[in-house]
Design a protein around this ligand. Structure first.
Ligand code: ZN
Length: 305
């Protein structure tokens, strides 16, 4: 099994800045609740402890199971049998495609499978100087945007994903927001804070920021800065009920993408359901996450243990 590269609480600077156009998109920055990052951490820790306790108690049950009057040698044999089996290596399931994806295969299943597992969220901020060094233009940029960018592998895999989506009958599924720089997010956040303070002049800046942070990510908290995330057109939760929304969510893994903020994982991601936001991780991890029914936070934790 390959080594697991662990996540970058601090991603220090990779290369020079790019000239990405920075589309204004704040639709996916809302949190499912108003809790602070520190509260989130406590909540997650509690979950982990609970799981650990459950696992321990299961183990205890096995140990304390009433034994028959077997001889010592037989007990030893039993112990050997009940030893945890080593986990089988994950095999990517066979995927069927409507279109010819042969030229995209190497992007969908990158040679370095663990290279795209970066976790960015309220507890894992990305460095303000981080700019991916392999940003390329996204082919399927929404017409009313200037050209968007993503990291090379993500952009190519997305191209195949959207091509296939159209072949399957999806309409209006182009990229509406991809890479966003730290500065761009900071600009958006500050503009909201300024507006809030104009609306209520009695607020201090700190108070206004706290209010805005309930719905809008601080700069550095959005994975759009990684160049691996893409919002497809239609920033509306009802998108998840449409043919397009369902098709994309169901088939994303075949192209190395995950639906990053599923409806049933809001408590863990701390982000409300976003049927439009897809995140590239490569087909190996994407298919495994689907199989395990885990969001990225859960999956990273799983890999760490
Ligand atoms: Zn997004």
């Amino acid at each position: 099994m390959k080594k697991f590269i662990l996540i970058l609480t601090v991603i220090s600077l990779l290369l020079p800045s790019c000239t990405a156009s920075d589309p204004v998109d704040t639709a996916d920055t809302s949190k499912s609740d108003g809790t602070t990052a520190s509260t989130d951490t406590v909540a997650e820790d509690t979950d982990v402890q609970t799981q650990d306790a459950a696992m321990e108690s299961e183990t205890d049950d096995e140990i304390t199971e009433p034994e028959t009057d077997d001889e010592t040698t037989e007990l030893e044999t039993d112990d050997e049998i009940t030893e945890p089996e080593t986990e089988k290596p994950w095999e990517v399931p066979e995927a069927e495609y409507l279109t010819d994806i042969s030229k995209y295969e190497k992007y969908i299943d990158p040679e370095d499978r663990d290279a795209y597992l970066i976790l960015v969220n309220h507890n894992n901020r990305i460095d303000r100087n981080y700019v991916p060094d392999d940003l390329v233009d996204v082919v399927d940029t929404t017409e009313w945007r200037s050209t968007l960018q993503m990291r090379l592998y993500a952009a190519k895999a997305l191209e195949a994903f959207l091509k296939e989506a159209r072949a399957a009958g999806c309409k209006n599924v182009t990229a509406a927001s991809c890479y966003r720089s730290y500065d761009r997010q900071e600009h958006i956040f500050n503009r909201y804070v300024d507006d809030k303070m104009k609306e209520d002049p009695s607020l201090t800046r700190e108070e206004a920021e706290a209010i805005i942070h309930m719905d809008t990510a601080f700069p550095g908290e959005s994975e759009h800065q990684t160049g691996l995330a893409c919002d497809v057109e239609n920033f509306n939760q009802t998108f998840g009920d449409t043919f397009e929304g369902k098709w994309l969510a169901k088939n994303a893994w075949k192209f190395g993408f995950i639906l990053r903020f599923p409806e049933d994982k809001e408590e863990i991601t701390k982000i409300v359901y976003e049927p439009w936001h897809f995140r590239y991780v490569g087909i190996y991890h994407a298919s495994r996450m689907v199989d395990l029914d885990m969001c990225l936070e859960e999956y990273i934790e799983y890999l760490n243990n």
